[in-house]
Design a protein around this ligand. Sequence first.
Ligand SMILES: O=P(O)(O)OC[C@H]1O[C@H](OP(=O)(O)OP(=O)(O)O)[C@H](O)[C@@H]1O
Ligand SMILES: Nc1nc2[nH]cnc2c(=O)[nH]1
Length: 333
Amino acid sequence: MTAAVQQSSVRRADAQRPRFAHPAEAEFAAFLDFYRIAWEYEPRSFPLRWQDGRIVEQFTPDFYLPEQDLYVELTTMKQSLVTRKHRKVRRLRELYPHVNIVLLYRKDYHEILSRFGYGSVDITSLRPDQIERVLLSPAEIQRRVAELGQQISTDYAGESLVLVGVLKGITFFLADLARAITRPLAIDYLQLSRDLREGVAIRKDLDLDIRGKHVLLVEDIVNTGLTLDFIMRVLREREPASLEVCALLDKAERRLVSVPVKYVGFTIPNEFVVGYGLDYRELYRNLPFICVLKREVYEANGNGHLIGGTGQEAAAEAAEPSLVATRVEVGSG
Ligand SMILES: O=P(O)(O)OC[C@H]1O[C@H](OP(=O)(O)OP(=O)(O)O)[C@H](O)[C@@H]1O
Ligand SMILES: Nc1nc2[nH]cnc2c(=O)[nH]1
């Protein structure tokens, strides 16, 4: 079964956007949307003071970020406002010690990102303005990987399996998926070489004998399907008891060869993506989220940070604008 569910929950349609009391709030909401951080606007009021049993003062923080169970109150540099807000936040913390709240200045918006797993944006020399858009946040990836792990554990009940990862893009997905699967499993790796004249070949073969084993081939992304088709044919010859595929990302509209992908994390549009193992000329694998790069990042020739020479063409090809779609879907196998 493959269920396709629209996955734009954190980006709401204009009609659903609340009426913000202040432009700074609209700006903060846009910032959260860009990084695909879920938010609610003023969902709860906290009574702060009572008189004769009646509430005479209450505080409604601007935002609630459910993924971190965190309330955010925005503030400006205007001292009178800041002092009043500090007092309210202090009082709220006294009365409701279990409630997490931060008072946030505009200049500090980016600080909040580390709480949501975005700490590597700076250390990998990928500036936020080089990101066309964040396609999948760390939280979205982790939720889906957990679901895949559960489903695979159920499907392989009573069995053990061999996870075969295709290097190198698989690094983080395989590590996370393996820990989300509750069946006994072995892990092995394949690496391929690609040559324009000689085609695809195995550069690093499996260490394990997979004959009679339940093999789950794990890929970071399926695009044309040519890589997967080659690997499936090689592995089938070794007569495993079963052979299935789990791919984190599926660019279904790019498919040239039909390949059976039983478990799909996300069906994504035809854009060149990096992060969470996926590279552009060996960079950006360590981003904990998946994003589309701005064209100028991969069109800027001679960038001293870049390594290798094949990604640029792939990126340009994969980002063919006429084929760009705008949806991300979640599929379950
Ligand atoms: O469906 P296809 O069109 O064949 O493309 C999918 C392949 O491309 C990527 O590998 P890449 O060559 O980028 O290697 P890497 O994993 O080392 O980054 C990915 O890991 C798949 O193996
Ligand atoms: N990094 C990366 N590798 C790919 N291989 C096929 N498609 C992609 C992509 O979008 N990003």
